[in-house]
Unconditional design. Structure first.
Length: 246
Protein backbone atom coordinates (compact mmCIF):
# COMPACT_ATOMS: atom_id res chain seq x y z
CA UNK A 1 0.00 0.00 0.00
CA UNK A 2 2.45 2.60 -1.23
CA UNK A 3 -0.03 5.48 -1.13
CA UNK A 4 -1.75 4.85 2.20
CA UNK A 5 -3.23 7.98 3.79
CA UNK A 6 -2.59 10.02 0.64
CA UNK A 7 -5.16 12.13 -1.17
CA UNK A 8 -4.81 12.57 -4.92
CA UNK A 9 -6.47 14.50 -7.73
CA UNK A 10 -6.34 12.86 -11.16
CA UNK A 11 -7.59 14.88 -14.13
CA UNK A 12 -8.97 13.15 -17.17
CA UNK A 13 -9.94 10.38 -14.78
CA UNK A 14 -13.00 9.11 -16.61
CA UNK A 15 -11.18 7.02 -19.18
CA UNK A 16 -7.84 5.86 -20.57
CA UNK A 17 -4.68 6.72 -18.69
CA UNK A 18 -6.47 8.76 -16.03
CA UNK A 19 -8.83 5.90 -15.24
CA UNK A 20 -5.94 3.45 -14.97
CA UNK A 21 -4.06 5.80 -12.65
CA UNK A 22 -7.10 6.27 -10.42
CA UNK A 23 -7.56 2.49 -10.18
CA UNK A 24 -3.89 1.97 -9.34
CA UNK A 25 -3.89 4.75 -6.73
CA UNK A 26 -6.92 3.34 -4.93
CA UNK A 27 -5.37 -0.13 -5.02
CA UNK A 28 -2.29 1.36 -3.33
CA UNK A 29 -4.37 2.92 -0.57
CA UNK A 30 -5.01 6.46 -1.78
CA UNK A 31 -8.23 8.42 -1.75
CA UNK A 32 -8.76 9.87 -5.21
CA UNK A 33 -10.70 12.73 -6.74
CA UNK A 34 -11.17 12.21 -10.47
CA UNK A 35 -11.97 15.16 -12.71
CA UNK A 36 -13.21 15.49 -16.25
CA UNK A 37 -15.95 17.01 -18.37
CA UNK A 38 -18.06 13.88 -18.92
CA UNK A 39 -20.27 13.23 -15.89
CA UNK A 40 -21.40 9.80 -17.08
CA UNK A 41 -17.87 8.46 -17.45
CA UNK A 42 -16.76 9.90 -14.13
CA UNK A 43 -19.73 8.39 -12.34
CA UNK A 44 -18.97 4.95 -13.79
CA UNK A 45 -15.44 5.12 -12.41
CA UNK A 46 -16.81 6.40 -9.10
CA UNK A 47 -19.09 3.37 -8.81
CA UNK A 48 -16.20 1.07 -9.75
CA UNK A 49 -13.86 2.48 -7.09
CA UNK A 50 -16.39 3.11 -4.32
CA UNK A 51 -16.02 5.48 -1.39
CA UNK A 52 -12.30 6.01 -1.99
CA UNK A 53 -13.16 7.93 -5.18
CA UNK A 54 -14.93 11.26 -5.64
CA UNK A 55 -15.94 12.24 -9.20
CA UNK A 56 -16.02 16.00 -9.93
CA UNK A 57 -17.02 17.53 -13.24
CA UNK A 58 -14.45 20.19 -14.13
CA UNK A 59 -12.77 21.87 -17.08
CA UNK A 60 -9.12 22.26 -16.09
CA UNK A 61 -8.79 25.36 -18.27
CA UNK A 62 -11.48 27.16 -16.24
CA UNK A 63 -10.35 28.99 -13.09
CA UNK A 64 -13.65 28.58 -11.25
CA UNK A 65 -13.81 24.85 -12.03
CA UNK A 66 -10.26 24.35 -10.80
CA UNK A 67 -10.98 26.08 -7.50
CA UNK A 68 -14.16 24.02 -7.06
CA UNK A 69 -12.23 20.81 -7.77
CA UNK A 70 -9.57 21.44 -5.13
CA UNK A 71 -12.17 22.60 -2.61
CA UNK A 72 -14.13 19.38 -3.18
CA UNK A 73 -11.03 17.29 -2.52
CA UNK A 74 -10.32 19.13 0.72
CA UNK A 75 -13.92 18.99 1.89
CA UNK A 76 -14.25 15.25 1.23
CA UNK A 77 -10.80 13.98 2.24
CA UNK A 78 -9.25 16.78 4.30
CA UNK A 79 -5.90 17.22 2.54
CA UNK A 80 -4.08 17.06 -0.78
CA UNK A 81 -0.79 15.23 -1.34
CA UNK A 82 -0.74 14.18 -5.01
CA UNK A 83 -1.78 15.85 -8.26
CA UNK A 84 -1.77 14.07 -11.61
CA UNK A 85 -2.23 16.52 -14.48
CA UNK A 86 -3.42 14.04 -17.10
CA UNK A 87 -6.25 15.82 -18.97
CA UNK A 88 -5.27 16.52 -22.54
CA UNK A 89 -6.43 16.98 -26.11
CA UNK A 90 -4.72 15.94 -29.35
CA UNK A 91 -5.64 17.79 -32.54
CA UNK A 92 -3.68 16.96 -35.68
CA UNK A 93 -2.27 19.80 -37.74
CA UNK A 94 0.67 21.74 -39.11
CA UNK A 95 1.63 25.36 -38.49
CA UNK A 96 -0.37 26.29 -41.60
CA UNK A 97 -3.39 24.05 -41.16
CA UNK A 98 -4.15 24.67 -37.48
CA UNK A 99 -6.91 27.16 -36.77
CA UNK A 100 -6.65 29.65 -33.94
CA UNK A 101 -9.47 27.82 -32.18
CA UNK A 102 -7.56 24.52 -32.33
CA UNK A 103 -4.43 26.16 -30.98
CA UNK A 104 -6.32 27.81 -28.12
CA UNK A 105 -8.15 24.59 -27.25
CA UNK A 106 -4.91 22.63 -27.16
CA UNK A 107 -3.08 25.08 -24.94
CA UNK A 108 -6.07 25.74 -22.68
CA UNK A 109 -6.23 22.09 -21.65
CA UNK A 110 -2.67 20.85 -22.08
CA UNK A 111 -0.77 23.83 -20.66
CA UNK A 112 -3.07 26.33 -18.95
CA UNK A 113 -4.84 23.49 -17.15
CA UNK A 114 -1.57 22.14 -15.73
CA UNK A 115 -0.59 25.61 -14.52
CA UNK A 116 -3.98 26.51 -13.01
CA UNK A 117 -4.41 23.27 -11.11
CA UNK A 118 -0.82 23.20 -9.90
CA UNK A 119 -1.15 26.78 -8.69
CA UNK A 120 -4.29 25.89 -6.76
CA UNK A 121 -2.85 22.67 -5.32
CA UNK A 122 0.58 23.91 -4.21
CA UNK A 123 -0.47 25.75 -1.02
CA UNK A 124 -2.30 22.66 0.22
CA UNK A 125 0.67 20.39 -0.51
CA UNK A 126 2.87 22.83 1.37
CA UNK A 127 0.45 22.70 4.30
CA UNK A 128 0.60 18.88 4.22
CA UNK A 129 4.39 18.95 4.50
CA UNK A 130 5.07 18.10 0.88
CA UNK A 131 3.62 16.36 -2.12
CA UNK A 132 4.07 15.04 -5.62
CA UNK A 133 2.88 16.54 -8.90
CA UNK A 134 2.95 14.12 -11.82
CA UNK A 135 2.43 15.77 -15.19
CA UNK A 136 1.50 13.55 -18.12
CA UNK A 137 3.49 14.82 -21.05
CA UNK A 138 4.19 12.79 -24.17
CA UNK A 139 6.97 11.28 -26.18
CA UNK A 140 6.42 14.49 -28.14
CA UNK A 141 7.63 16.43 -25.11
CA UNK A 142 11.03 15.09 -26.17
CA UNK A 143 10.93 14.70 -29.97
CA UNK A 144 8.92 16.08 -32.87
CA UNK A 145 6.37 14.45 -35.15
CA UNK A 146 4.73 15.33 -38.42
CA UNK A 147 1.28 16.92 -38.35
CA UNK A 148 1.35 17.45 -34.58
CA UNK A 149 2.50 21.07 -34.22
CA UNK A 150 0.09 22.29 -31.53
CA UNK A 151 0.24 19.06 -29.55
CA UNK A 152 4.04 18.87 -29.67
CA UNK A 153 4.37 22.52 -28.65
CA UNK A 154 1.97 22.05 -25.75
CA UNK A 155 3.59 18.88 -24.44
CA UNK A 156 7.05 20.44 -24.72
CA UNK A 157 5.70 23.26 -22.59
CA UNK A 158 4.48 20.76 -20.00
CA UNK A 159 8.00 19.34 -19.66
CA UNK A 160 9.52 22.81 -19.39
CA UNK A 161 6.98 23.77 -16.74
CA UNK A 162 7.75 20.53 -14.88
CA UNK A 163 11.44 21.34 -14.66
CA UNK A 164 10.92 24.95 -13.59
CA UNK A 165 8.34 24.00 -10.93
CA UNK A 166 10.63 21.27 -9.62
CA UNK A 167 13.29 23.89 -8.92
CA UNK A 168 10.82 26.35 -7.40
CA UNK A 169 9.38 23.87 -4.92
CA UNK A 170 12.15 21.36 -4.16
CA UNK A 171 12.96 22.99 -0.82
CA UNK A 172 9.31 22.58 0.20
CA UNK A 173 9.44 18.80 -0.31
CA UNK A 174 7.13 19.12 -3.32
CA UNK A 175 8.35 17.00 -6.20
CA UNK A 176 7.33 17.63 -9.82
CA UNK A 177 7.97 15.06 -12.54
CA UNK A 178 6.77 14.36 -16.07
CA UNK A 179 5.80 11.01 -17.59
CA UNK A 180 6.29 10.97 -21.37
CA UNK A 181 4.21 8.14 -22.87
CA UNK A 182 4.48 6.79 -26.38
CA UNK A 183 1.31 5.76 -28.18
CA UNK A 184 -1.06 4.25 -25.64
CA UNK A 185 -4.27 2.35 -26.41
CA UNK A 186 -6.86 4.98 -25.49
CA UNK A 187 -9.92 6.53 -27.10
CA UNK A 188 -7.84 9.61 -27.95
CA UNK A 189 -5.41 7.53 -29.99
CA UNK A 190 -8.11 5.38 -31.60
CA UNK A 191 -9.18 8.28 -33.81
CA UNK A 192 -5.72 8.40 -35.40
CA UNK A 193 -5.38 4.65 -35.96
CA UNK A 194 -8.34 4.12 -38.23
CA UNK A 195 -7.12 1.15 -40.29
CA UNK A 196 -4.71 -1.76 -40.01
CA UNK A 197 -2.03 -0.14 -42.15
CA UNK A 198 -2.00 3.00 -39.99
CA UNK A 199 -1.82 0.82 -36.91
CA UNK A 200 1.14 -1.18 -38.20
CA UNK A 201 2.99 2.01 -39.14
CA UNK A 202 2.55 3.47 -35.67
CA UNK A 203 3.35 0.23 -33.85
CA UNK A 204 6.59 0.09 -35.85
CA UNK A 205 7.69 3.34 -34.20
CA UNK A 206 8.00 1.41 -30.92
CA UNK A 207 10.96 -1.01 -30.78
CA UNK A 208 9.13 -3.21 -28.27
CA UNK A 209 6.57 -3.97 -30.97
CA UNK A 210 3.33 -2.86 -29.35
CA UNK A 211 1.37 0.16 -28.21
CA UNK A 212 1.36 0.90 -24.51
CA UNK A 213 -1.55 0.11 -22.23
CA UNK A 214 -2.92 2.65 -19.75
CA UNK A 215 -1.67 0.41 -16.94
CA UNK A 216 1.91 0.86 -18.19
CA UNK A 217 1.65 4.57 -17.44
CA UNK A 218 -0.25 4.01 -14.20
CA UNK A 219 2.63 1.99 -12.76
CA UNK A 220 5.04 4.86 -13.37
CA UNK A 221 2.57 7.32 -11.82
CA UNK A 222 2.29 5.24 -8.65
CA UNK A 223 6.07 5.14 -8.34
CA UNK A 224 6.51 8.89 -8.82
CA UNK A 225 3.68 9.66 -6.41
CA UNK A 226 5.09 7.39 -3.72
CA UNK A 227 7.88 7.83 -1.21
CA UNK A 228 9.96 5.43 -3.29
CA UNK A 229 10.63 8.43 -5.55
CA UNK A 230 11.44 10.79 -2.68
CA UNK A 231 14.72 11.95 -4.29
CA UNK A 232 13.37 12.34 -7.82
CA UNK A 233 12.18 15.71 -9.11
CA UNK A 234 12.36 17.59 -12.38
CA UNK A 235 12.67 14.35 -14.34
CA UNK A 236 11.23 13.26 -17.67
CA UNK A 237 10.21 9.58 -17.60
CA UNK A 238 9.69 8.06 -21.05
CA UNK A 239 7.20 5.19 -20.89
CA UNK A 240 7.20 4.51 -24.58
CA UNK A 241 8.44 1.06 -25.59
CA UNK A 242 11.62 2.64 -26.89
CA UNK A 243 9.94 5.28 -29.09
CA UNK A 244 12.27 8.11 -28.07
CA UNK A 245 15.37 5.87 -28.06
CA UNK A 246 15.40 5.58 -31.85
Amino acid sequence: MRLSNKVAIVTGGGSGIGHAIAVAFVREGAQVVIAGRDRERLDRVGVELGTACLPVVADVGNVADVKTLVEAALKRFGALHILVNNAGVLLAGTAESHTEAEWEQTFSTNVRGVWLLSREALPHMRAAGGGSIVNIGSGLSLVGARNRVAYTASKSAVLGMTRAMALDHAAENIRVNCICPGIVETEMVAGFVTDEQARRQRVALHPMGRFGQPEDVAGAAVFLASDEASWITGAAFPVDGGYTAI
